[in-house]
Unconditional design. Structure first.
Length: 155
């Protein structure tokens, strides 16, 4: 799946802009409703860049995962399962862990955007707090992931 507009159809540009606005609204609402969420990103599986980031920190951490081929966004994208780390250490993902430490990120939750058995993307939330993502936060993140998947599917 690609969200790049075709050169042949100017309407694609409008549809892509509308989709980005809708996805960004869901991300913003999710970050606002989860007290510990400081940053977020939405990435499509197979893409080299995140589709949406809420901050330079989120963009940097998404890039660090892709450069090192390790991290929760990639794990959630590969497995189709929520990846939650409530106390980051450098041991699990050495390069990503170091980047998180430098950015003062302590917790991460990555929610796969799935259509059937296919993962099309990932919503990743970052927090400067340890243990930021408990059961209520996971429910909110899962709901946001379902809504984002619907938006991607409907386009």
């Amino acid at each position: 799946m690609s969200l790049q507009p075709s050169h042949d159809n100017p309407l694609d540009h409008d549809l892509l802009a509308e989709l980005n606005r809708d996805l960004a609204a869901v991300v913003e609402s999710t970050v606002d409703s989860i007290e510990g969420a400081d940053h977020a990103a939405v990435s499509l599986v197979g893409s080299s860049l995140p589709l949406i980031t809420t901050s330079a920190v989120a963009e940097l951490l998404e890039g660090a995962q892709r450069c090192a081929s390790e991290g929760p966004t990639l794990d959630a994208g590969r497995s189709g399962v929520i990846t939650r780390i409530n106390y980051l250490s450098d041991g699990l993902w050495p390069t990503f862990g170091t980047a998180c430490s430098e950015c003062k990120i302590r917790s991460v939750a990555a929610f796969p955007l799935t259509e059937g058995s296919t993962t099309v993307g990932v919503l990743t939330l970052y927090s400067s707090d340890h243990h930021a993502f408990g059961a209520p936060e996971l429910r909110t993140g899962r709901t946001a992931a379902v809504e984002m998947t619907r938006l991607l599917h409907d386009r």
